[in-house]
Design a protein around this ligand. Structure first.
Ligand SMILES: [Fe+2]
Length: 186
C-alpha cells in the first residue's frame, strides 16, 4: 500500500482543510447551476428551481434595455452592486440579460455571463461587483438570495461607481485584458 511515487511524479495534493500555510485562497468563483427540467415542451415548461439555502427572494423586472445599476449619469462610468453578505442565485424567467462580474479576489477577475430565459442559475458569491444589461425587450429575473445573518438591505444594495475605485476601473477599462465570456461573443 505504501506509495512509491518518485518526486518527479508527485501529483498535486489537495491542501489540508483549514491550512493557512499557502497564500490566501482565491475568492469563491461564480457558478452556473443546472436544475431539473421535469417537462420542457413548447406548451408546458415545468422546472424545479429550488435553491434550498435561499432565505430571501427578489424579482427584478426590466421593461426594456435597462442597465442595473445605471451608469453614472455624469461620467458614463459603469456602476456595480456588491453584496458583502449575500449570495445571489439568478434565474431569467423571461428575456435575456448579460451580467458583468468583477471579483478582485479571483485569479481572472473579469467575466461576462449571459443568462437566457429558462437557462442555468447564475450564483454570484458575496464580494463580487456585478452589473447587468437587459436585452432590448427587457427581462424578468428571479433572485433566490442567501443572506447571512445580520445582513442589512441598505448595505447589501450600495452602488459602487467604478470611476471611484481604481482597481475596479482598471479591470474594466478598455485597455484592460479582455473579459472571459460565457455564452456571449464579441
Ligand atoms: Fe445582486
Amino acid at each position: 500500500m505504501a506509495s512509491t511515487l518518485l518526486p518527479q511524479h508527485r501529483q498535486p495534493q489537495p491542501s489540508p482543510s483549514g491550512s493557512t500555510a499557502q497564500a490566501p485562497r482565491p475568492a469563491p468563483m461564480f457558478e452556473l447551476i443546472p436544475y431539473e427540467r421535469f417537462r420542457d415542451t413548447p406548451a408546458v415548461r415545468f422546472f424545479d428551481i429550488t435553491v434550498a439555502e435561499s432565505n430571501a427572494r427578489d424579482l427584478v423586472v426590466h421593461t426594456g434595455p435597462a442597465v442595473s445599476p445605471p451608469d453614472d449619469p455624469a461620467s458614463g462610468a459603469w456602476q456595480f452592486y456588491l453584496h458583502p453578505h449575500q449570495q445571489d442565485n439568478l434565474l431569467a424567467l423571461q428575456g435575456g440579460r448579460t451580467f458583468y462580474l468583477v471579483n478582485l479576489g479571483w485569479n481572472y477577475p473579469f467575466h461576462i455571463v449571459r443568462l437566457e430565459s429558462g437557462g442555468d442559475i447564475l450564483r454570484i458569491p458575496p464580494g463580487t461587483f456585478h452589473r447587468s444589461v437587459s436585452d432590448p425587450d427587457g427581462s424578468l429575473v428571479l433572485n433566490q438570495a442567501v443572506r447571512e445573518e445580520g445582513a442589512s438591505v441598505a448595505r447589501e444594495f450600495r452602488i459602487y461607481n467604478s470611476s471611484h475605485i481604481p482597481r475596479l476601473y482598471a479591470t474594466t477599462a478598455r485597455t484592460a485584458p479582455l473579459p472571459k465570456l460565457h455564452g456571449v461573443s464579441w
